[in-house]
Design a protein around this ligand. Structure first.
Ligand code: NAP
Ligand code: ZN
Length: 346
């Protein structure tokens, strides 16, 4: 076994704290990565607090992982020692179902293996990226360009792909009016993609203080959602709303901002079920859809797109000992726009 150290929550009631644990040896098809940076996703907090479902504890969160390869198995074809590599939210899937064959491993019909808070094929718990190393089969590792700032690349592995994938699915681009609801880790990447793809982008935010920053990200318009006048002015105006909000909010209100046949794309995962009035959907033939992260080929496509267009996340680097106060700031919407842990501080 490989010795690892990281930060874990021992129970949903306790804060993250240092913890030593073991990972599997590097198998023939595996690579071992020394983790250099790991992004802090709101999903990490949802899961260590059991906000979605009962988790597997001790839990080492983190699924926005970048680092350098220190070891490869004898059958590994696409990576070598010293390469940069990334790992996102998935570390395994069946690889043969209809969805996996299409590169939609996140929707594996036999169930995928999450990077943490999951169980591998042998039933062993998986541990994430708030740690010094990880072992993963090469099919679930991503190539990272050395042209990009490495720390600012880490959140692309979740926040990046989760927002890229549905916008690509709908071919959002020139001629489309896109609204991004919630300007946090996911939302700020939604803005960057919308702008890069040529859409007219509006940020819908609860935080008036984020207006200038939204414009700096390239957003064309900014609407404070608590301001009725501003909201009325955009009623019925969007082709798509990308909803990245992590807490309960009134979906009926946002459905009313869509054009006829417009689509509300849900990527945020509030902890309570949505309360949607049938009339909010049928008046204007509105669509509502969900989208989960992205498959491995599309994640690589996104990383290559970023290298070509010099796109990374806007980050604030933190020491791992500051993880709990950083979560508190994230809940308040006080992060521009993603915390990334410098793993050298572990
Ligand atoms: P985040 O950085 O905390 O951003 C969420 C943003 O939502 C906040 O910055 C805030 O933006 C807005 N917000 C927060 N509370 C709100 C409220 N009560 N009403 C309205 N707006 C509110 O979180 P994140 O890391 O981007 O993640 C967002 C959500 O996506 C989480 O639920 C996470 O679990 C989920 N997620 C889903 C997937 C997927 O595969 N679908 C992948 C990753 C994450 P403003 O200040 O602009 O209002
Ligand atoms: Zn995430």
């Amino acid at each position: 076994m490989i010795q690892s150290k990281g930060y874990a929550a021992q129970t949903p009631e306790t804060d993250l704290a240092p913890w030593n644990f073991e990972r599997r040896e590097v198998g023939s098809n595996d690579i071992q990565i020394e983790i250099l940076f790991c992004g802090v996703c709101h999903s990490d907090l949802h899961q260590i607090k059991n906000e979605w479902f009962p988790g597997i504890f001790p839990m080492v969160p983190g699924h926005e992982i970048v680092g350098r390869i220190t070891k490869v198995g004898d059958q590994v074809k696409n990576f070598k020692v010293d390469d940069l590599a990334g790992v996102g939210c998935l570390v395994d899937s069946c690889q043969h179902c209809e969805n996996c064959k299409q590169g939609l491993e996140q929707y594996c019909l036999e169930g995928n293996t999450a990077t943490y808070n999951g169980k591998d094929k042998n039933g062993a718990p998986t541990y994430g990226g708030y740690s010094n190393n990880i072992v993963v089969r090469e099919e679930f590792a991503l190539h990272i360009s050395d042209k990009l700032n490495l720390a600012a690349t880490a959140p692309l592995l979740c926040a990046g792909i989760t927002t890229y994938s549905p916008l690509r699915y709908w071919k959002v681009g020139k001629g489309h009016k896109l609204a991004v609801l919630g300007l946090g880790g996911l939302g700020h990447m939604g803005v960057k993609w919308g702008v890069a793809f040529g859409a007219d982008v509006t940020v819908l935010s609860t935080s008036p203080s984020k207006e200038q920053a939204a414009k700096d990200l390239g957003a064309h318009h900014f609407v404070v959602t608590s301001d009725k006048e501003q909201l009325d002015a955009v009623k019925g105006s969007f082709d798509f709303i990308l909803d990245t909000v992590s807490a309960e909010h009134d979906m009926n209100l946002y459905l009313s901002l869509l054009k006829t046949s417009g689509t509300l794309i849900c990527v945020g995962v509030p902890t309570k079920p949505y309360a949607i009035q049938p009339f909010s959907l049928l008046a204007g033939r509105k669509n509502i859809m969900g989208s989960g992260i992205g498959g491995i080929p599309e994640t690589q496509e996104m990383l290559d797109f970023c290298a070509e267009h010099n796109i990374v996340c806007d980050i604030e680097m933190i020491d791992i000992k500051d993880i709990t106060p950083s979560y508190e700031r994230m809940v308040k919407g006080d992060v521009r726009y993603r915390f990334v842990i410098d793993m050298a501080t572990l």
